[in-house]
Each structure stands twice: as C-alpha cells, then as structure tokens.
Write a new protein. Sequence first.
Length: 260
Amino acid sequence: MKSSKYISFWLVLMSGVLYSVVATANISVFPYRIDFESSGRKRVQTVRVINTSDKEQTYRVSMVNYVQKPDGSLVEVDTDDKFYARKHLTWSPRQFHLKPREMQTVNIARKGLSNLPDGEYVSHLKVQEVLLGDPNRKRDVDAKTISMTLTPLFAVTIPVTIEKGDNLVSKTEVVSYKKVAANKIEFLLKRLGNKSSRVNLVVESPKGEQLGRLNEVKVYMTNTQLAITMNTEKDLPAKAVLKLEDAKTKKEILRKDLQF
C-alpha cells in the first residue's frame, strides 16, 4: 500500500468508468464528490459511509489537501493556502465504529463566505479505516504514559469543492497525443481559466463506434497540465476522433481528429 500522502482515489478516476459509489475492498462511500456554491442555500451536505467488509471496523474522518502532479498523482500537503477549502468547512463525526454492512452519515458544512475572495477551493474528505491496537503496557519512564498503537488501513477520499463568484470559467485543451501501444493512447491536457477542468474523454472510430472512455478527468488548480493514458477496447485504427465532454452536463465541448 502506498504512503498515506498519496491518494488512491485518482486511480479510480483513471479506470475508465466512475461509479456513483466510491469503494475500496472495505469501504463504500456515496456520493463521490461534494460541491458547494456560495450563492446556494445548501450549507450542509452528507456523505454515507458503509462498512463493506465482514469485520467490525473503526473509521477516522479528516479533511486533507493535495497538490496534483503532471502525471495525475495527488500528493498531500500541510497547507491551507488560496487553493484549499478545508479552513472553510466543518465535518462530523470525526471517528466512528461500524459493524459489517452498517452505515454512518458524515455531515459536511461550509462556513460563512462573505469575506472569502471569489474563486474555487478544493479539499478532500478522507475516510480512513484504523486499527486500534492493544495498549503498550510498558510505560515511558520519563513521560509516565501508556501509548496506543494506531495502524492505518484502507482509505477513501472524495473532493469537496467550494465555488464563489459568477466569473469562474474553465477550458481544456489537448496539447498533444501519441499512440503508445496497439490499444493505448497518451494525452497531454492543459487547463485554462480560473477553476478546475473536469471533462470526459471519448475516443471513437470514424464511423462513431466508441473505442474508449475516461470519465471525470480533472485538472486541479494546483496544476496546469495533465498526462493521462487511455486503454481502448479494441486496437486503434489509423484514424479516430477524440471528443471532450463537460463532465457535469455531458455536453460536447471539443472534437479533434486523431491520426496514428
């Protein structure tokens, strides 16, 4: 398992199909994202967490910040600068225990935003399975305390976004592409504008047959370019068509002819 500083959720996005329930082997979370608008009346939203394992589990809930790298990986950072939503949010409970198939609701609330500059702010809600180990009965002679071992296990993270302002726009450009295998294409995307870019990538044959799809590809504000690889269902023909859809509306926003 990778370090807790690396987010596995991005790998879910890259798998080609994004379900409305995000899940690992032990945790199921719904919905897969939370969006707040400063002009909206909804100031509290909920996330449902289900223990999908066959054992009782303890979960810890936190809000973390990530920097996106050009390869799509997200690295945790200990900062709350202009890109992040964490300091404008509250959430509860912070820790809970579930039996197999039990569900817990986590409430996420945004604070007042009257003094917040216009912009987009994103943090990630992290639901971390933890193992509460047996207390270490050997006391620290100096501290006179008993320590408790806390072992991190599976985790799921979902983006929580706050948007404020009427002039937030995003645009996605295809900088380059190349065929790296018979059924694999590598794209380099570029984000423009003052908010994250969130698109679906669809590759079709000249006759309109879908060859491959990647949903919910996101280029965050902490990054301007993203290299992403698509595996197609069939070997690529000499010519194909790339369509970019707005991930929220499914509206086509770009069409590009591909030649290999």
